[in-house]
Design a protein around this ligand. Structure first.
Ligand SMILES: Cc1cc2nc3c(=O)[nH]c(=O)nc-3n(C[C@H](O)[C@H](O)[C@H](O)COP(=O)(O)OP(=O)(O)OC[C@H]3O[C@@H](n4cnc5c(N)ncnc54)[C@H](O)[C@@H]3O)c2cc1C
Length: 241
């Protein structure tokens, strides 16, 4: 079966931290896309070789409904010498691109346990930003959002996460590995998670972003008797081409 394909047009390209750009695309053809918060799409990008390069990005939209939406937002981190990085960081509004999707299973389950940890490093928090409206609507579950970065200046979407964390059932922990800052936890997301005493009887976890972080946290949770189905993972693995 052919993959669903979309022509999109860049609407804006904004530097939101020293190493992250936020890109917003308008859907050109077809005019809308439906997705589940937590999913990603793949871009087919032109390259000097004959075949296009394929790169995936999590949908970061913040909106009430993810049915028939007319735009799509991404946060893209700088990678030294990266082919897609070069293209996206220099892309001008109006530029047309092709993407396929949506794909992925990092979505909130219908049935959730008492506590859910949403853990991301860098742009790996994009899926959780996209889930904010769903999180608001599920007060029966306690959500703990852990955002790992090196420095405070590397954090983004802070207003959105702080705002949702005003709700009694939502908690937000920015974690900085290379800086001490008031209002942030010091150290890796792993350290903060351990402080929250994850319990396989009552909790589940979502992990997204840096593959090493995803593996480390998964090991930590397995040691605490979490089963594979209690830990959903999306690794931002590098492409081989
Ligand atoms: C399901 C999925 C979702 C993703 N979502 C996002 C997202 O929302 N935002 C986002 O920024 N990225 C995301 N990624 C990663 C993204 O697809 C690209 O891999 C990334 O943008 C780098 O592509 P590039 O072409 O610029 O670098 P490449 O040309 O692929 O790599 C250049 C060089 O850098 C190395 N490299 C590549 N990536 C990294 C890295 N992160 N750290 C260190 N070295 C690296 C490579 O091994 C290579 O040597 C996702 C990946 C997957 C699989």
């Amino acid at each position: 079966m052919a993959l669903p394909s979309f022509q999109v047009r860049l609407d804006s390209n904004e530097k939101i931290t020293p190493k992250v750009h936020k890109l917003v695309f308008k859907l050109d053809d077809p005019k809308t896309i439906s997705y589940k918060p937590g999913q990603f799409v793949s871009f087919m990008l032109p390259s000097e070789d004959e075949r296009p390069i394929k790169r995936s990005y999590s949908i970061a939209n913040l909106e009430k409904s993810s049915d028939d939406t007319t735009y799509i937002e991404f946060v893209i981190a700088y990678v030294e010498g990266g082919k897609a990085t070069e293209l996206f960081f220099n892309a001008e509004p109006g530029m047309q691109m092709e993407m396929t999707g949506p794909f992925g299973l990092l979505c909130l389950l219908e049935e959730l346990p008492q506590r859910v940890f949403l853990i991301g490093t860098g742009t790996g928090v994009a899926p959780y930003r996209c889930m904010i409206e769903q999180i608001k609507a599920r007060p029966e579950t306690e959500f703990h959002i852990l955002f790992g970065a090196q420095y405070h200046e590397d954090l983004f979407y802070l207003d959105d996460f702080h705002q949702v964390a005003e709700l009694d059932h939502v908690h937000f922990y920015p974690c900085l590995s290379r800086e001490d800052k008031e209002g942030c936890a010091s150290g890796y997301v792993q350290t903060k998670l351990a402080e929250l005493n994850p319990d396989a009887e009552t909790d589940m976890a979502y992990l997204c972003g840096n593959p090493d972080m995803v593996d480390d946290v998964f090991e930590l949770l397995k040691e605490k008797d979490f089963g594979v189905k209690q830990v959903k993972r999306e690794k931002y693995v590098f492409s081989r081409f």
